[in-house]
Design a protein around this ligand. Structure first.
Ligand code: CA
Length: 436
């Protein structure tokens, strides 16, 4: 587990004024990575680090000679248009670059004028999915979500018996993962209402969002060599926000016997910024299972994991319909309610010898609390579409309509520590493609 160090010091201030605002997602204590270029330019995509309203153009900062030459080989990798090779380097290097950047960005740094020339406004930037995601696995770590969804399908037996023993997941589709800001068309699929004899091919009528945390793997493991839980977080580069858009009607007809298929693979949205595990160190929390629940098998727990395996990260979902001027909140939950942790996901995924690779991606599964205002999917808020929600302008929704925009936000904040934000993960639904 990463220890607190001088880069977490709450009193650190940056010469980039906007980074010192108490409401910014990107203070000097955060320093998350994205892949960006100037919007509408023919520039190459490359790595940047967020500071206040700006991005540090990392290849430009490297060229300006701001870093120790020992970091040269690592910094070269930040001119690539994906972070995979940098993710493969491991915690020691990521940490050395964080320390160097923190020093160069803090008030009074001798590097200020050289680094000022390397700043790009975030509002001028265009982003892409920051890694070549080889494999994507979606988990199901919120017991509240699993129970809420289970109740809709199996009122007498909402939680299947394996849930409390296995971090349940399925292998997803990585090619349709897009970056925040991209729109997509309402998908077609096979739909079959219970009272219909045969399915029809039609646009999805029950389109939903899922409020999830995304997890990028850093260093991988060799095939056949499981990752012990004590080492699991050394294999995680960082976290983002993730909207696993879901077509509930397609899902309902296809999901048995092998799980979700086309109901999930038409689009999934990631936020552009990856917040490193080091930036999140102040927000780690003790992890415990209620004493009346089965305790995890030994390979899924350790003293260190019990001490600090959870993460206090607020997660918010907002909806903006075409009639609204500003988005409004439709759910607020916390990742510390998850039944399974990041470390348990990594260790369980590799326990059979499965090899994880740099840039592989996990979804945490929809993160829901226990109350109506803390649900991470409309399926739960509306109890399967039975009880529409009423928005502040009087509009109602059971599921998403064309033109609706869904925005996810996430942040960590406790008194006495810097606020670590995740930026935004947004997507808009276009009408289905006209098939004549
Ligand atoms: Ca999901």
């Amino acid at each position: 587990m990463i220890k607190l160090n001088q880069t977490h010091d709450v009193s650190l201030q940056s010469w980039v004024e906007s980074a010192n605002s108490l409401t910014t997602d990107f203070p000097i204590q955060n320093l998350p990575y994205a892949i960006f270029k100037l919007r509408d330019s023919n520039q190459a995509f490359r790595a940047g680090v967020a500071i206040g309203d700006f991005i540090v153009d990392m290849p430009a900062a490297h060229k300006a000679g701001l870093f120790d030459h020992k970091l040269n080989a690592a910094l070269e990798l930040l001119s690539h248009d994906v972070l995979n090779d940098f993710m493969q380097l491991g915690q020691e290097i990521w940490s050395a670059i964080r320390l160097a950047l923190s020093g160069a960005l803090k008030q009074g740094s001798k590097h200020q004028s050289a680094l000022e020339a390397c700043l790009v406004l975030q509002s001028d930037a265009q982003y892409k999915v920051p890694a070549q995601i080889g494999d994507y696995t979606d988990f199901y770590t919120s017991i509240n979500h699993a129970t809420n969804v289970g109740k809709l399908f199996r009122p007498d037996n909402p939680l299947l018996p394996n849930y409390q023993w296995i971090p349940i997941g399925y292998h997803g589709r990585s090619s349709s993962i897009v970056v925040s800001g991209e729109s997509f068309h309402r998908p077609y699929g096979q739909l079959k209402a219970p009272d219909q004899d045969c399915p029809t091919l039609a646009p999805c009528k029950r389109l939903d969002y899922e409020l999830e945390v995304g997890i990028y793997i850093g260093q991988g493991n060799a095939l056949g060599q499981p990752i012990p839980i004590e080492e699991s977080e050394q294999h995680v580069f960082g976290l983002c926000l993730f909207n696993d858009w879901s077509a509930r009607d397609i899902q309902g007809w296809e999901y048995q016997p092998l799980g979700p298929f086309l109901s999930k693979s038409f689009a999934s949205t990631v936020s552009p910024w990856i917040v490193t595990m080091e930036a999140l160190a102040p927000y780690r929390q003790a992890w415990a299972r209620p004493s009346n629940h089965p305790q995890p098998l030994p390979y899924l727990d350790s003293a260190q994991h019990t001490d600090s395996g959870a993460l206090d990260m607020k997660l918010e979902v907002l909806l903006k319909t075409p009639a609204m001027d500003t988005a409004e909140r439709v759910g607020l939950s916390n990742f510390n309610q998850a039944y399974w942790t990041i470390a348990q996901m990594v260790t369980h995924h590799s326990v059979n010898g499965c090899n994880l690779k740099a840039g592989d991606f996990f979804g945490s599964g929809t993160q829901s609390g226990t109350t109506k205002d803390s649900m991470g999917a409309l399926l739960e808020v509306t109890e399967g579409g039975k009880h529409p929600i009423t928005l502040s302008n009087g509009e109602t929704r059971t599921f998403l309509e064309n033109g609706d925009t869904v925005i996810l936000r996430g942040w960590c904040h406790i008194d006495g520590m810097a606020r670590i934000g995740f930026g935004e993960c947004s997507g808009t639904i276009l009408p289905p493609v006209n098939r004549g």
